[in-house]
Design a binder for this molecule. Structure first.
Ligand SMILES: Nc1ncnc2c1ncn2[C@@H]1O[C@H](COP(=O)(O)OP(=O)(O)OP(=O)(O)O)[C@@H](O)[C@H]1O
Ligand SMILES: [Mg+2]
Length: 611
């Protein structure tokens, strides 16, 4: 077939909108910069004025503290806004039980692959679109940020005089990141989706700016890892310092991590309550507002939990694979401390008409190694062994993952940031496993605010910090090739028949790679492939579907997802080329007719307009 490739115009699944970058309609110089860390469990914002860039302030939305508030949203049953943050939790607890209370919804964003927004379940089981929930939440944070800026400014500041930075997990798909931009548009942070007043920053990359400025003086050649330990994910980036002042970095590997954040420790606690109360009572409790109160108490226990003096036993057991629980002493725990580990179960017992004593007896019989003690008739004191077992699965996953990463890369510093990084258990675990004479673990003073402060620093520092990045996926397009029974890639593929000179010729649709996963890319990286021609004489357009896959070598086209499309006019006998260029956050695809010189460009659109 003369090495020619035929873009598959016949089986393009869906044609997506094509858009180019637009400039902001009414450009005015920015007066301030606001970073929003919209986390799975906590949300905060930070800001700086352009004329005083050294002073970065953090604020809890709805409060005065330099912190983050809960990512909780309360809507009326007609989906009107009531409250966001800890206020949402309090109002739900005190108010109308038919209102819609949402938490932990950010993680759903990474589960979509382009079709439509998923629905989110409220605590009472009612559902709403994730788009609505995100828009209300971001709008609240934006309004809070604008009110804060205006409180301390002599002139009135409008949203389009602010440079916005919204942080996203580095391990998110490009698609999930694009949804965040849409949410920012819905919340009126920006007026056009492509506005350059909004920048998305990767959470660990933003945090690394704070670590670098405050904690260590990095030198050229140093290699470091940033571990962002949040509520939902552990998000890891690894970089090598190319040069300092200004800091310029090479990415050592594509970001990685997993769903091992602090809320997974909470899930283990929930499993414990399920076992203690039984399924029926547990389900009934979870739908009730009193459940929120139990979680609040557990949060306090979790956050203050300190396994001091027990780390050696605990963590070496963990590395050996803690299947059967931790052996860290008995009764009140080897530390002998008992305060701060009591959970009041009275509301759950009343709700379900249960007595605590038989429940505790049954639990202790099954788990003599981590016995519960009853306090004041309706509360239980959790032994250290039990609390450690809630942490064990996430610690095990984090340890395994970091071990794998440092076995293939020299790492001089591990910066640990995020709210979960405040945990003594996590800090001790990382120190025990990874601190060495040539490797330091560094936790900044307020690790939970490193991402949001770093987001502002990231935006203010202007230039691109990264000299090179690693491709997260294998990118390519689909083509039709004449069927070759001796070609491994063609075996067991569905055949498409075309009429050529009166004969039926079989073709197969295959994945044609353009960029392989793991390829090192500079900020202006571009790849072009030519020799595409149309299959049918009657064809007058050449449409390329752009595909991405997590596989490095894509054997089956079904392993790749369509992420966009671009087309150009092309008649029989003419040749087309396709280019992909990788900017900071989006991919641009260009189709060219090499015979006529005509070009068409598309910023990959993820196809959410169907919502
Ligand atoms: N001392 C502590 N021990 C254990 N967990 C903690 C502690 N302090 C805070 N956390 C947990 O950290 C989480 C909040 O951290 P952070 O604000 O970094 O997460 P997030 O940004 O909401 O999540 P993500 O980055 O995954 O989207 C909460 O789940 C909270 O319970
Ligand atoms: Mg976070």
């Amino acid at each position: 077939m003369n090495g020619k490739k035929h873009p598959d115009t016949i089986h393009s699944p869906n044609k997506r909108a094509r858009r180019g970058y637009q400039s902001d309609a009414s450009f005015r110089p920015a007066i301030a910069c606001v970073g929003i860390d919209f986390g799975t469990s906590r949300t905060g914002f930070a800001y700086a004025f352009m004329d005083r860039q050294d002073e970065i302030f953090c604020r809890e939305p709805g409060g005065q503290e330099p912190g983050k508030t809960l990512t909780n949203l309360l809507l009326t049953r007609d989906e009107e806004f009531i409250a966001f943050g800890s206020r949402a939790r309090e109002e739900y607890y005190e108010g109308d039980p038919s209102a819609l209370f949402f938490e932990n919804f950010k993680m759903l964003l990474n589960e979509v692959d382009g079709g439509s927004y998923p629905v989110v379940s409220a605590l009472n089981g009612r559902e709403a679109s994730l788009r609505t929930v995100l828009a209300h939440s971001l709008k609240y944070v934006k309004d809070e940020a604008m009110a804060t800026l205006n409180r301390c400014s002599a002139v009135e500041i409008k949203a389009d005089q602010v440079k916005w930075v919204v942080t996203v997990p580095a391990i998110w798909s490009d698609c999930a990141k694009a949804m965040m931009r849409k949410a920012a548009l819905d919340a009126a942070l920006i007026k056009e989706e492509t506005s350059q007043l909004l920048q998305l920053a990767l959470e660990p990359e933003a945090a690394c700016m704070v670590c670098e400025r405050e904690n260590v003086c990095l030198r050229a050649g140093d290699q470091f890892m940033v571990v962002d330990c949040g509520g939902g994910t552990i998000d890891i980036t690894m970089s090598c310092v190319h040069s300092c002042n200004p800091l310029s970095l090479d990415e050592l590997a594509a970001p990685s991590g997993g769903p091992w954040g602090s809320t997974y420790v909470d899930r283990e606690f929930e499993k414990f309550i399920l076992e203690l109360l039984g399924e029926q009572a547990f389900n009934c409790s979870k739908e009730s507002v009193v459940w929120i109160e139990v979680l609040r108490t557990w949060e306090a226990v979790k956050n203050s939990f300190d396994p001091k003096g027990l780390a050696k036993v605990a963590f070496s057991n963990l590395n050996g694979g803690v299947q059967g629980g931790m052996s860290m002493g008995t009764g009140e725990g080897a530390s002998g401390r008992s305060g701060g580990r009591v959970i009041n179960l009275a509301p759950l017992l009343v709700l379900n008409n249960l007595q605590l004593e038989p429940l505790v007896q049954a639990f202790n019989q099954k788990h003599p190694d981590k016995p519960l003690q009853i306090r004041m008739m309706t509360a239980v004191m959790l032994p250290n062994e039990l609390i450690m077992s809630f942490f064990a699965p996430v610690l095990r996953n984090i340890t395994r993952h970091i071990s794998r990463l440092i076995s293939s890369h020299r790492i001089d510093y591990i910066f640990v940031v995020g709210g979960f990084a405040e945990s003594k258990v996590l800090q001790e675990n990382l120190k025990f496993n990874f601190e060495a004479c040539d490797r330091r673990i560094v936790v900044p003073t307020r690790p939970s605010l490193a991402v949001v402060r770093g987001a502002v620093m990231f935006q203010l520092s202007q230039g691109e910090r990264f000299r090179s990045r690693i491709a997260r996926f294998t990118y390519g397009c689909d083509i039709l090739e004449p069927f070759d029974p001796f070609d491994r890639r063609h075996r067991d593929r569905k055949l498409h028949f075309k009429t050529e000179e009166g004969k039926m010729v079989p073709y197969v649709r295959i994945f044609n790679p353009l960029v392989l996963k793991g390829t090192r890319m500079s900020p202006s990286f571009e790849v072009t492939q030519a020799q595409f021609e149309s299959v049918e004489d009657s064809q007058d357009m050449c449409d390329f579907d752009i595909l991405a896959s997590v596989e490095e070598e894509v054997q089956n086209i079904e392993d790749a997802k369509t992420i966009g499309s671009v087309g150009v006019k092309l008649k029989a006998g003419q040749e087309a080329a396709l280019s992909l260029s990788f900017g900071k956050t989006e991919i641009q695809a260009t189709a060219m007719n090499l015979t006529t010189g005509e070009k068409s460009r598309a910023v990959i659109d993820w196809g959410f307009d169907s919502v």
